[in-house]
Design a protein around this ligand. Sequence first.
Ligand SMILES: C[S@@+](CC[C@H](N)C(=O)[O-])C[C@H]1O[C@@H](n2cnc3c(N)ncnc32)[C@H](O)[C@@H]1O
Length: 244
Amino acid sequence: MLLAFPVVCLISFHFSVHIRNLFFACCYSLHLPIINAAFDPHRLKLFSSLKSITSANPELRRLGLIRIVEIGAGPGANLKYYPENSRVICVDPNPYFKTYFLRNQKEFPNVKVEQCILGVGEDLNTIPDDSIDVVVATFLLCSVSDVEQVLREIKRVLVPGGNYYFLEHVLAPPGTWRNIIQRAINPIWSYVMAGCNLSRDNRRAIQSAGFAAVSITSLDVNSPIIYLKLLIRPQIMGTATKGL
Ligand SMILES: C[S@@+](CC[C@H](N)C(=O)[O-])C[C@H]1O[C@@H](n2cnc3c(N)ncnc32)[C@H](O)[C@@H]1O
């Protein structure tokens, strides 16, 4: 009887994508204050240029607004960095983040979230070509099933000259002990953490995605939390600009 409960939990976790998504959404959202404490200064720096952007859309420009698509918005960690003139469309396949997202959204009522799409970054078919001023995706590429396709979709929806803002954790350099641990632990980590991969070279993926210009800053953010300290390092952040 004592053993039955953990066994049922493990079987449910294994066979139900809903339970895995619920588990990840709860874990991630509960850890958000710690993740924010570590990454706040960097997100602040990354998003500081958003306020100087003017929309390519004449109607939005007349109103002084810009349109942002955030892919993998999760609990809405980035909302607080968006300028008040932002009109945001969020895309995320995990419905269990909704409660946390709405709670966060209430704190920033000046940022208007126009739409929350329950979907994946690989297929942004409801968003027209060349229509979005800014695409934001943070800690996303580790989790998607097709990195190249997500980057193609980002490029497709951005207006010419528009910017993709990113912050990602990446595989440590070859020959380091962290690289060995990341690759060794990746199968189990990815299974438990809703497909998050520790072993992706997302720097190269962004650099070779065909953007006209890519600006990347390398980070090595530490944290007292053991998994952030050991596994979610190093990181990269920056912008990639679609050609005119
Ligand atoms: C690690 S969380 C990051 C959340 C948030 N962007 C942040 O920086 O705190 C990864 C997010 O990406 C979402 N996600 C996973 N696969 C995705 C995909 N293929 N397309 C869009 N979002 C995805 C997850 O549901 C989750 O909300």
